[in-house]
Structures are given as structure tokens and as C-alpha cells.
Design a protein around this ligand. Sequence first.
Ligand code: HXC
Length: 257
Amino acid sequence: MAYENIRVETRGRVALVTLHRPAQLNALCNALIAELNAALDGFDRDEGIGCIVITGSDKAFAAGADIAEMRERTHPEFYMADPFGEWDRVGRRRKPIIAAVAGYALGGGCELAMMCDFILAADTAKFGQPEIKLGVIPGAGGTQRLTRAVGKAKAMELCLTGRMMDAAEAERAGLVARVVPAADLLDEAWKTAETIAAMSLPVVMVAKECVDRAFETTLDEGVRFERRVFYGLFATADQKEGMAAFLEKRKPRFEHR
Ligand code: HXC
């Protein structure tokens, strides 16, 4: 499928989606989100894909939702079209998604990065929820996911002032998994995604589901959920292969089943 606002590439079991609206710093218009979801739908269906990376440009992962597209919206239009419902679908994927962020990740851009399973940041990355300066608030989960990631004090400060934080501050605060030199960002993202894609896909998927559960349930229920999933993995061929390979001192050959 030909896309206008994204570029798509696959290498082995990894898929890379590059947001591509350079003149607008990858501002996330509805067409871009639709294309992103179409690409993710395809990767979800493709048994040959085990991990997905979403990235932007050196200057901007994404500078937010498209302000020009939004500005004249009315309440009933917004409510009826519910465009952010479509954004939500990005955050509900079952395969792992890494956000590789360089430059600005602002507003909806920060929210999109936070919908991914983790963020690898270039040392040039800047994160923020500047919507308050436009007379609105984050609308695609920013007040919720940022607060869970960095705690109330910093989330509140960022949402109320619109201040940006740099990559080092974001790493200290727990928003990003790792910061790397900008020149190495894509290589690191490919490598990390390849490592994940080499694992058993169903096991990766349930590991993701279990970590996500931590935000949705009590500790007791979460631990019980994890334990049930753990026992269930003994129905997979890959558990047998992984443990046999360890004991036979060889690399496992996972068959993703
Ligand atoms: C539409 C945008 C845009 C955006 C940048 N552009 N961000 N267009 N929507 N979010 C456009 C500019 O209008 C400009 O177009 C071109 O991209 C380059 O931007 P400049 O501002 O000239 O670049 P620079 O001076 O380097 O400043 C970079 C920047 C600034 C700090 C990132 O662009 C900025 O503050 N952008 C807006 C950030 C923001 O408020 N994001 C939140 C959006 S609301 P022209 O045609 O002039 O060259 C939001 C709500 C989410 O995300 C709700 C849930 C989805």
C-alpha cells in the first residue's frame, strides 16, 4: 500500500514505521494516524513480524496533533467523529512497539510515544505536553500515561506549564527506557527490536500483556494473572525448546508457538 504520511520498511522480523510530514514536523493529522493504523493492522496480521519500531525525523518524532486541522473543529463535530478513538487503537496493539524518539515529542507526539511499549530516546529528544498554551489539555492519554510514567509532581508541572523536558530528565523520571547518542538511535532501535523479535512471539505478547496489567489491577490480582499466564506457557512448544536449549548449552530455535 502506498502511504503519503509515513514510510514503512521491514528487515527480518522487524518492521519500522517512519512518520513523514517533514514540513509540519510530523504533526499528526488524521490521515497520518489512519495510515499508521493501517500499517500496524498489517504487521499484527503478519506472522513474520515480531516487533515494530515507530520513529520520526532527527528534528521531530512528532510536534503534536495537527493544530491547523483541529483549530476550527466544533464540539459536536469532534464528539461525533471521535478522532482520538482512532489514536487509541495504536495503544491497543498486541505485538510490541518501540518508540525511537529524536527531537520534539510534544503533545500528541509525546502521547503517541507513550502509547508504545517503551521509548528509546536520542540525546536530542524533548518531551512535553504544551497543549495548555493552546487553551486545551492533552487528549490522547497524556494526563494519564505521563502521570503513571513520571509521577504526579512532574506530570502536573509539565501539563500545567507546558515546559519541555530533555532526554536526560525524561530518563531520570522514568519516561524513557534508555538514552543513546542521536547518531545511534536507529541502530539501537533495530538491534533492540531484533532481540525482541528473536524471542518466542506468543511469550513476548503475554509478557507485554502482564506488564500492562500492572497499571490496570491490584497487586494481588496482577500477581495471580501473571502466575496463571506463567503456568499456561508450559503448553507452548517454545517453553520446551527454550529450556531444552539452555540445558543442552545451545541457542534456542523458537517457532513462535
Ligand atoms: C501543525 C505544526 C505543528 C503542529 C509545528 N508545525 N508543529 N503544524 N500542528 N502541532 C508546523 C509549523 O506551523 C511550521 O509550519 C512548521 O511545522 C515548522 O515549525 P516551526 O514552529 O517553524 O519550527 P520551530 O521554530 O523549530 O519550533 C518547533 C516547535 C514548534 C517548538 C516544535 O513548532 C511548536 O511549538 N509546535 C507546536 C507544538 C504543540 O503545541 N504541540 C501540541 C499540539 S496540540 P510553517 O508552515 O510555518 O513552516 C496536541 C493535542 C493532542 O497535540 C490531543 C490528542 C491527540
